[in-house]
Design a protein around this ligand. Sequence first.
Ligand code: 13P
Length: 234
Amino acid sequence: MKIIAGNWKMNGSRAALETMINSLRDVNTPNTVILCVPYTMLRTGANGVQTGAQDVSPHVAGAYTGDISAQMLADAGAKYVIVGHSERRAYHNETNAVVRSKAQAAINAGLVPIICVGETMDEKQAGKAMAVIESGVRESVPSDENGKIIIAYEPRWAIGAGLTPTSSEIAQAHALIARTLKSMGRGGTPILYGASVKAGNAAAIMSIPNVDGVLVGGASLKPDDFIPIITSVK
Ligand code: 13P
């Protein structure tokens, strides 16, 4: 059983989500399927798919114009929320500390945060990838061991680029994340791989040790691309 999560980023429509959910009706899979959609498309899950958001406020309520609380996401039907995605870190200057407080807010509202970590190309070329990944996990995961979480390893240089790390690079990163989580009292936390996943590479990526599923961007937008990923593994 794997976790197949889609990240629609700022794409799609309520009608497109309806089409996707209808297309999933006849898909027989043991895998957990999640679609992280824009706020306006959140809804209660159906046909074996749950929805999630792509960001959340660290605050519970109050004068934070334009922000959305974890409780509001839960109220809208979400079960998951991505925190610390590379694009949030890059375009909104989100630090590990901010990501951790958002993850904690999600847990407090009964949501499962999908906490993203990963290195930039500069960090990779400087030989710092493993250090960045480890500190990403240590600093972005709430120290409170309560509440389920999911980690997504997303090498930032590979997102949307059609590039993927080698299998051994993915294996090394996931093994490090698994060890780090264990040392934090969070052994067994699912670890997803994300960046340029498509039907043609999904099964191979999910056969790598410690890869418990995938977080899919572009290839999660259309049923014809997403369903073959869901059905590529049991
Ligand atoms: P792509 O699958 O489009 O590379 O995006 C990956 C991603 O950012 C998922 O969160």
